[in-house]
Design a protein around this ligand. Structure first.
Ligand SMILES: [Zn+2]
Ligand SMILES: [Zn+2]
Length: 257
């Protein structure tokens, strides 16, 4: 399986995953033109994308979704309540609207979904499997539950939110209500929370951890990677592991698991 982020921040998110001949996008919070260009930079044509999956209805995850459906006929998958809250719901042809299901497969990829803790109607994280490889995707959540950890243990790759550095958020310019929202149990994960969760998930199988959805005001790639690497030094079974950071507005290199 190959994966990367094409964009990753509160200004726009998109993840690319490929297993065998099946290529999908998760979230499309950037323009169709940006997605086409950034996929081309990793030698993938937007025309060959099999499906778009939407994790939740926030703008930074859906801005380009209706357009890529209209221009390229890419079917869209989302949870039932998320569909009810998508502003472009009525524009998508019936045959291209799909609801996340238990034991769902798309082409050669299989999916397990789990609930996230975030201020959206029905936000989901997921585990994508292809042959014997498992990729866990967790962004936009205010906490990581034990049941999430249990599902994610054994993942070969992770895309995991490290949204803010605690000190930068607390001492930064954001208004009080926004700081409270970000820190809440339905907001985002700090570097430290991400580090704790990642340390509980990784095993000898884990090859790639890509830190994602970093705040551009309240975090730096250096702060995120340092927090996670420091915590992982005390964890067992992560000798083969690379930690990297998803850039906000350019594709990360393709990772393989
Ligand atoms: Zn987001
Ligand atoms: Zn969100």
């Amino acid at each position: 399986m190959e994966f990367t982020t094409l964009a990753s921040s509160s200004s726009g998110n998109c993840i690319y995953v490929c297993g065998g001949n099946t290529r999908i996008l998760i979230d499309a919070g950037c323009s169709a033109a940006y997605l086409k260009r950034s996929l081309a930079s990793i030698d993938v044509s937007l025309e060959t994308i099999t499906a778009l999956l939407i994790t939740h209805e926030h703008c930074d995850h859906i801005n380009g979704a209706a357009k890529i459906n209209k221009q390229y006929g890419i079917p869209i998958f989302a949870s039932r309540l998320t569909w009810d809250n998508l502003p472009f719901n009525a524009e998508i042809p019936e045959c291209q609207r799909h609801i996340f299901a238990y034991d769902m497969t798309i082409g050669e990829l299989s999916f397990d979904f789990f609930k996230l803790f975030h201020d959206a109607v029905q936000p989901v994280g997921m585990i994508i499997s292809h042959n014997n490889s498992k990729l866990g995707i967790v962004t936009d959540t205010g906490k990581v539950s034990d049941s999430m950890l249990q599902l994610l243990i054994g993942a070969d790759g992770l895309i995991f939110e490290a949204n803010y550095d605690q000190n930068m958020l607390e001492n930064g310019d954001y208004p009080y209500f926004l700081k409270q929202r970000i820190k809440s149990l339905s907001g985002h994960l700090s570097n430290q929370q991400a580090a704790e969760a990642i340390a509980a998930i990784v095993s000898d199988r884990t090859k790639e951890v890509l830190l994602a959805h970093l705040s551009r005001s309240n975090n730096t790639p250096h702060a995120a990677i340092t927090a996670v690497e420091q915590r992982l030094r005390q964890a067992v079974g992560c000798n083969n592991l690379t930690v990297s950071v998803a850039p906000a507005k350019q594709p990360h290199r393709l990772l393989q698991i």
